[in-house]
Write a protein that binds this ligand. Structure first.
Ligand SMILES: NC(=O)c1ccc[n+]([C@@H]2O[C@H](COP(=O)([O-])OP(=O)(O)OC[C@H]3O[C@@H](n4cnc5c(N)ncnc54)[C@H](O)[C@@H]3O)[C@@H](O)[C@H]2O)c1
Length: 268
C-alpha cells in the first residue's frame, strides 16, 4: 500500500471527483478526513470506509468559511496526530460573462473556488511542514481554455494554478510538493450540487449552471470522451504518493483530448 497511515484531508470529498479520490486514497491505506458541506454524504462515505476496516472521518465544512477550515485542521490533528496531504476539490459552477456577472456572484466564485484553497493550505501548512507532504488542487481545463460565458469560474480556476506554483516554490525545502489537475468534462453532478447548496446564499442559484447532458454541448467543444471521477482520482493518488516525488508545481491536464479538439475545430 502506497499511503499506509498517511493522513489526507479531502475538501469536497463527499461527491464526484473528491469522493472517487477518497475511495482510491483509502484503498492505498491512507487515513482520510472528508470535509464537505454535504455532511450527510461525507459521513456516509466515512461510514462505508470504516465498515471496510479503513480509517475515515466525515466533517461538516463550508470551505468558504475560515473558521470551518480551521476546525477541520484542528480536528484532523487531534484525531490523527498530523497531516501528510491535502486535496482541494471543492467547487461550484457559476456562469456569466464579465459583463453580466454581478459583483456578489463574482465574489462567491472567488470565495468557494479559490479562497477556500488559500484557507486550507494556509492552516494546514504548519502541520505539513513537520512531515513534508503533498498538495493536490483540482482546477479545470477552463483555466487554460475557457468556455464562453464562464468568466468568474475560469478566473478562479486560473488562480488555483498560480497559487499551486507559488506554494511549490515557497515550500519545497520542507519536503512539500504542490501540483494541480485540470480536468476536462467529468461525469458528476457539479451543476445540480452547486444549485442545491448555493440556494439562499446569494442570488447565485439563478446563475448556477444547470446539469448539462453531453448532447447539449456544442459539437466543436465536445471532448473525445467524458471522463469518470475515477479517471481523476487515480491521478490524485499518484500525485499524493511518493510515485510522483519528482513532480512539483505542475499542472496535469486530464481532458481526453478536449483541448486538442477545440484547437483543431477552431482551425477549420
Ligand atoms: N465535473 C467536471 O466536469 C469538472 C471539470 C473540471 C473541474 N472540475 C472541478 O472538480 C471539482 C469537483 O467537482 P465535481 O465535478 O466532482 O462536482 P461535485 O459537485 O460532485 O463535487 C463538489 C463537492 O464540493 C462540495 N462543495 C461545494 N461547495 C462547497 C463549500 N462551499 N464547502 C464545502 N464543500 C463544498 C460539494 O458538496 C461536493 O461534494 C470542482 O472543483 C470542480 O470545479 C469539475
Amino acid at each position: 500500500m502506497k499511503l499506509k497511515d498517511r493522513v489526507i484531508i479531502v475538501f469536497g470529498g463527499a461527491n464526484g471527483i473528491g469522493q472517487a479520490s477518497v475511495l482510491l486514497l483509502a484503498e492505498e491505506g491512507a487515513k482520510i478526513v472528508i470535509a464537505d458541506r454535504d455532511v450527510e454524504m461525507a459521513e456516509k462515505i466515512a461510514g462505508i470506509l470504516k465498515d471496510q476496516g479503513k480509517s475515515a472521518i466525515g466533517l461538516a465544512c463550508d470551505a468558504s468559511v475560515e473558521d470551518d477550515i480551521k476546525a477541520v485542521i484542528a480536528t484532523t490533528v487531534d484525531s490523527y496526530g498530523g497531516i501528510h496531504g491535502l486535496v482541494n476539490c471543492v467547487g461550484v459552477d457559476i456562469v456569466g460573462t464579465v459583463e453580466d456577472t454581478e459583483s456578489d456572484l463574482w465574489d462567491r466564485s472567488m470565495e468557494v473556488n479559490l479562497k477556500s484553497v488559500y484557507y486550507s493550505c494556509h492552516y494546514a501548512m504548519p502541520h505539513l511542514k513537520k512531515n513534508g507532504g503533498s498538495i493536490v488542487n483540482i482546477s479545470s481545463v477552463q483555466a487554460l481554455v475557457p468556455v464562453k460565458g464562464y468568466a468568474a469560474y475560469a478566473t478562479a480556476k486560473g488562480g488555483m494554478i498560480s497559487l499551486t506554483r507559488s506554494m511549490a516554490n515557497d515550500f519545497y525545502e520542507f519536503g512539500i510538493r504542490a501540483n494541480v489537475i485540470c480536468p476536462g468534462e467529468v461525469e458528476t453532478n457539479l451543476g445540480a450540487n452547486s444549485k442545491r447548496f448555493e440556494e439562499g446564499i446569494s442570488d447565485a442559484e439563478k446563475r448556477i449552471d444547470p446539469y448539462r447532458p453531453l448532447e447539449s454541448f456544442d459539437t466543436e467543444l465536445r471532448p473525445s470522451r467524458i471522463l469518470m471521477p475515477e479517471d481523476i482520482g487515480r491521478v490524485v493518488v499518484f500525485l499524493i504518493s511518493d510515485d510522483s516525488n519528482a513532480m512539483n508545481g505542475h499542472e496535469l491536464v486530464l481532458d481526453a483530448g478536449y483541448i486538442l479538439n477545440t484547437y483543431n475545430n477552431n482551425k477549420e
